[in-house]
Design a protein around this ligand. Structure first.
Ligand SMILES: *Cc1c(COP(=O)(O)O)cnc(C)c1O
Length: 400
């Protein structure tokens, strides 16, 4: 794989995102296999993790649906060939107008506040909606990414169910789905199952459900020693509980998930070239032809992406701080043990499939990276590197 990545980087240049379709397919199959005792399972891939059209098309071939958070993501999904009914729209804090426009397209909408629910139900009582519940469960330790807790802006609090039921009754609208998404990083299956019980309890109060959506938040390992959600164990326990629930409910419902990271994180790598090796009084810096404009997760969340020197994989290990080239602190790794780095080497950042390219920007007026999909033994460009025209695009020059 190392030589293959070096070849890809010399063919397509750097910095570059490379995605391996076989890893995406493997993860998708792992998830569906874990829940194979459920009659109706629906995986809606979370587009915001990695939204390239070719990646969406790959998910379409697997039989996946899509989870979207903006009308633009819905439009990307339609462009990739998904039917409207294969898409769920789970926005937060967007306007009634946008929600109406998405519903107009025939996409399943998921509403996460009572104000919009009441307005939408009053105007469109015949369009069934899903509701996003906040079960107030903290799944994981990092408050940036745990969205189920009491102060979270996401979802309708379970404590507001009485008011929610009154709105549904008054407007005569139909609730066809119940949803939760407690945020990334579910460390503990028991926490997930606990939140699921709250969801089942809520679901009982709605008589016209078609599906229950358990969101995502599956954890994938980023560095050695990281915990990974045991999907197989979760699948076994939740499937059984879900099937029991359906029996009590009197109807076979669809069990839905909307994973992003689990499906694409490990499929991606980010390749960047070392411009300068700079020794200071305290540190050896390896400065690459990139920055947080291309991969912001380490600076934004403190994420630790494993870094491999694929140009010198057998070299003696030394300690480096890997930093970027933008005029701002843009540290990818501090004091990390990496095979000896020389100027011109290609560094490979692992787990770069999810929330990496989609969070890239043009800061410092740099071009966003190109993207390549490795599929059926072939590396194909799926997004061109930007050019100066992209930097000028939409700028309006006025006479001064
Ligand atoms: C971001 C998001 C997801 C995907 O989360 P991952 O941690 O990438 O699996 C799923 N559902 C909703 C509503 C989201 O906002």
């Amino acid at each position: 794989m190392t030589q293959q990545l070096l070849d890809i980087s010399s063919q397509f240049g750097s910095p570059l995102y490379v995605y391996d379709s076989s890893t995406i397919i493997k993860q998708y199959n792992r998830l569906t296999n874990a829940f194979d005792s459920v009659d109706n399972l629906r995986i809606n891939y979370a587009v915001k993790a990695l939204s390239n059209l070719s990646v969406l098309k790959l998910f379409k071939t697997l039989g996946s649906g899509l989870d979207t958070v903006s009308i633009q993501e819905v439009q990307l999904g339609l462009r990739a060939g998904f039917e409207p009914h294969e898409i769920i729209y789970t926005p937060n804090g967007v306007s009634l107008e946008e929600i109406e426009a998405v519903a107009e397209l025939g996409v399943q909408i998921n509403i996460d506040n009572l104000s919009i629910l009441e307005q939408f139900g009053t105007k469109h009582p015949n369009i069934p909606v899903c509701i996003r519940i906040n079960p107030h469960v903290m799944a994981g330790g990092n408050t940036n990414i745990s969205v189920g807790h009491i102060d979270s802006k996401f979802g309708i609090s379970i404590h507001q169910i009485p008011l929610l039921l009154r709105i549904v009754e008054n407007t005569k609208m139909t609730i066809n789905g119940i949803h939760m998404h407690t945020g990334s990083d579910i460390l503990d299956i028991d926490v997930f199952l606990y939140a699921s019980e709250i969801l089942f309890e809520t679901a009982k109060q709605f008589k016209n459900l078609d599906f229950i959506d358990f969101g995502s938040g599956f954890k994938v390992p980023y560095k050695q020693g990281d915990i990974e959600t045991n999907i197989e164990e979760l699948g076994q326990k939740l499937s059984q509980r879900f099937n029991e629930f359906c029996e009590d409910y009197g109807r076979s419902l669809t069990l839905a998930f909307e994973p992003g990271k689990f499906l694409v994180s490990e499929a991606g790598v980010f390749l960047a070239k070392v411009n300068v090796v700079k020794q200071t009084t305290s540190t050896v810096f390896a400065q690459i032809d990139s920055g947080f404009n291309h991969l912001i997760r380490p600076m934004l969340y403190g994420s630790q992406h494993e870094i491999i020197n694929i140009s010198n994989p057998e070299g003696r290990e030394r300690f480096y701080s890997v930093v970027g080239y933008i005029c701002e602190t843009d540290t990818f790794a501090n004091n990390r043990r990496i095979n000896e780095i020389n100027e011109g080497d290609i560094l490979c950042f692992k787990n770069a499939g999810a929330y990496c390219f989609t969070m890239a920007s043009n800061y410092n007026s740099r071009y966003r990276p190109a993207e390549v999909l490795f599929h059926n033994g072939k590396a194909q460009l799926i997004r061109k590197r930007e050019s100066f025209d992209d930097i000028l695009h939409n700028q309006v020059e006025i006479a001064l």
